[in-house]
Design a protein around this ligand. Structure first.
Ligand code: GN1
Ligand code: MG
Length: 359
């Protein structure tokens, strides 16, 4: 904790650091809450630079995005600015918003007062979340700066398929010896081509990339105590992508009846009430810029994200758990089973979703 205190103290905080405690349950970065003698609260985060290799670019993206949104909200007369957009704190001795010793990277943002995160949502929350993520994309549609991909080809299904095949080829942890692994692999292989539709559409010039959040899980949104959306957090993956990313990844977490690592597979199911409310909210705020091809393929996006996540968890399992934090040896396999079950459940609702989006 002394080391964390020393790092936090390099930032332009109000008051002296008095307390640091762990916060949240992200799978990539380490996050802490910092309290100071002036009664202020901050979020201190170690950016995982094994995964985000260019922290300079990442913070540049985040600064562009937060200042663009701040300006838009200000223009619209927003009163509660500090709770509607994240604010990153500069260092004491430089305008830079991250600290590094050359090996680890840290940053600090203001803690948003009276906010909560949730792991599950009801249809009403989903409607608001849909509007919020649609708005987020709409606000960023005219960002003047060029943003880079903080993880190149992050949501590129062709790349994820290739990475899985490389993992299988190397079989670094000897896990291909497990029969279940081979069964799952065969099922995944049957769907890979269909799931790579977005990349094909993009190559044909029919699908644009836009600035997206790319990690729209439920827990990446702050709500106030009444259930209103305050803002979207965890901006490391904000980058050019297909709008499917934000639509699909929210539903992957919100519309699953259980958590992504729940081992009781028979409880996994895609909740159409959540789908309908989220899609309604999203379409209300995003319709202004969506093309017909984007709209038509929203059901595909709902299927793509559980599938892609299954492929990523599964590749990590086969690689011997080198990417995601795990709590027990089969954790990534359990997550894979869960996401494949969700994928099957989504696929059973394709026509119903398409009919809903057409209306
Ligand atoms: C990771 O950091 P966290 O937990 O929000 C991952 C997402 C996955 C998610 C699965 C950079 O997000 O893409 O969807 O885990 N982020 C990265 O829970 O790989
Ligand atoms: Mg994240």
């Amino acid at each position: 904790m002394e080391k964390l205190k020393a790092i936090a103290s390099c930032f332009m905080l109000k008051g002296e650091v008095t307390e640091i405690s762990p916060l949240g349950n992200g799978l990539i970065n380490d996050t802490y809450r910092v309290c100071t003698s002036e009664g202020e609260s901050y979020v201190l985060q170690r950016v995982n630079n094994a995964i985000f290799k260019d922290v300079e670019l990442l913070q540049h993206n985040i600064e562009c995005v937060t200042s663009h949104i701040r300006a838009k909200l200000q223009e619209a007369g927003e009163k509660d600015l500090d709770r509607k957009v994240l604010e990153f704190i500069p260092l004491k001795d430089s305008p830079r918003t991250y600290w590094t010793d050359g090996e680890t990277y840290w940053r600090v943002s203001a803690f948003i007062k009276d906010s909560v995160t949730v792991e599950t949502v009801n249809p009403e929350y989903s409607y608001h979340a849909g509007k919020a993520f649609g708005n987020f994309q709409a606000m960023l549609a005219d960002i003047p700066e060029q943003l880079g991909e903080t993880i190149p080809d992050f949501h590129n299904m062709e790349l994820r398929a290739r990475q899985l095949r490389e993992a299988v080829e190397a079989d670094a942890a000897g896990r291909l010896a497990e029969e279940e692994v081979r069964v799952i692999l065969a099922e995944i292989e049957r769907h890979i081509d269909d799931m790579c539709l977005a990349e094909r559409l993009h190559r044909e010039g029919k699908l644009p990339k836009r600035i997206c959040h790319c990690d729209t899980k439920v827990s990446n949104m702050l709500f106030d105590k009444e259930g209103n959306v305050l803002c979207v957090i965890d901006l490391d993956t904000v980058m050019p992508s297909f709008i499917f990313s934000d639509f699909g990844d929210f539903l992957r977490t919100a519309a699953n009846k259980v958590a992504e690592d729940c081992p009781e597979i028979d409880k996994v199911a895609f909740d159409m009430d959540i789908f309908r409310s989220f899609a309604k909210g999203y379409l209300e705020s995003a319709s202004v810029f969506l093309t017909p091809v984007e709209k038509e393929n929203l059901p595909y996006a709902a299927a793509l994200f559980p599938f892609m996540q299954a492929v990523r968890f599964f590749a990590d399992y086969i690689n011997g758990d080198t990417y995601y934090k795990t709590s027990y040896p089969e954790h990534n396999l359990v997550r894979t089973r869960n996401q494949m079950a969700l994928f099957r459940s989504v696929m059973a609702h394709m026509d119903e979703m398409a009919a809903f989006c057409r209306e």
